[in-house]
Design a protein around this ligand. Structure first.
Ligand code: SAM
Ligand code: SF4
Length: 322
């Protein structure tokens, strides 16, 4: 098992397969995807090699992310490769959901075990305002299809002062009958969004206090479950998760490593740079890749420096998949 000098164990890989996105979320790609780097994304053979290398080092969960991963025409093959690799027990995807209704059955047939969909507002007009696309209805239909198929569903909503702060009650009402986990994510500063961040960042702490006051109970989770805090309530079919990267000790339960769509290892979402590993993927050399991973992990830092406004080399999260 990959373990760092602080005793954190990494059983979870976030694998970005493209940095292209068709949405233009205000906090991420407000001007849409800018094609300013070559689109030289990992091939299926390279994905196979990196998946096997991680699995051989104890990784059991892979999240496929982007950009928008469903823009890749070979997404089904990517899911199949991950799901078919010995040792991989969970294959998840994070998507904006625009192809969900059409493709979820194929993804499940390929081996997908869980799904994260990003929905920042349940108000169709506000959703379109934030993302640039009037697609809320079809995304919600896709979520219902995924729930009917029995797959685990989480919905990600980024908290933003000027947008969806007032959405909290509507989201809660939705959870009364939807058996899914709704995860509120604190807006994170990135290289490109400082002004937006300053105007919109909201702490999750008051939400946590409100939930506890309204009868929600915090779920006791294993440290290996990662940094999200989860809450349940007997009157609700759904659960709530809070992801509070600005809170104390957030990084202590870090359980994930990231590979970018061009094959770089990112030890943290806010690292200065990605570490070049593509050569080993191109040569399909799993052993050399594993050795490099073990060596490079020695440089993983105890924490990010987001509280000090330090965002490393991350211009926006579409670069890496969040
Ligand atoms: N396009 C896919 C999607 O939106 O789900 C996957 C990539 S997106 C970068 C992954 C997650 O990061 C999404 O849930 C998105 O809301 C979140 N995200 C993007 N930028 C963020 C920021 N600055 N702060 C907090 N979350 C952010
Ligand atoms: Fe695209 Fe996801 Fe970023 Fe929105 S959050 S712009 S859907 S990558």
């Amino acid at each position: 098992m990959l373990e760092d000098k602080f005793g954190r164990r990494f059983h979870y890989l976030r694998l970005s397969i493209t940095d292209v996105c068709n949405f233009s979320c205000d906090y991420c790609l407000p001007d849409g995807y800018q094609c300013d780097t070559p689109r030289d994304f990992l091939t299926l053979d390279e994905i196979r090699t990196v998946t096997r290398a991680f699995a051989g080092l104890g990784t059991s969960k892979i999240r496929i992310t982007g950009g928008e991963p469903s823009l890749r025409k070979d997404l089904n093959e990517v899911i199949k490769i991950c799901a078919g690799t010995e040792g991989i027990k969970q294959v998840a995807i994070t998507t904006n959901g625009f192809k969900l209704d059409k493709d979820i059955d194929n993804w499940i047939a390929a081996g997908l075990t869980s799904l994260n969909v990003s929905i920042d507002s349940l108000d169709p007009r506000q959703f379109a305002d934030i993302t640039g696309h009037n697609k809320l209805d079809v995304i919600l239909a896709g979520i219902d299809k995924a729930l009917t198929a029995g797959i685990q569903v989480k919905v990600n909503a980024v908290l933003m002062k000027q947008f969806n702060q007032t959405q909290f009650q509507q989201f809660l009402h939705w959870l009364e009958t939807k058996p899914l986990t709704l995860r509120f994510i604190e807006l994170m500063q990135t290289g490109d969004n400082l002004e937006f961040f300053d105007a919109n960042h909201l702490s999750g702490q008051p939400l946590k206090e409100q939930l506890l006051a309204e009868g929600w109970s915090q779920v006791i989770r294993d440290k290996a479950a990662g940094p999200a805090q989860e809450f349940h309530h007997p009157d609700y079919a759904g659960r709530i998760g809070l992801i509070m990267p600005y809170s104390k000790d957030f990084c202590a339960s870090c359980n994930r490593l990231r590979i970018s769509s061009t094959g770089k290892l990112h030890l943290c979402l806010f690292a200065d740079q990605g570490l070049e590993l593509r050569q080993f993927m191109q040569e399909q050399d799993e052993t050399a890749l594993q050795q490099a991973l073990v060596d490079l992990l020695a440089d993983k830092q105890a924490t990010h420096w987001l509280q000090d406004g330090y965002t490393g080399g991350t211009k926006h999260l579409a670069m890496l998949g969040g």
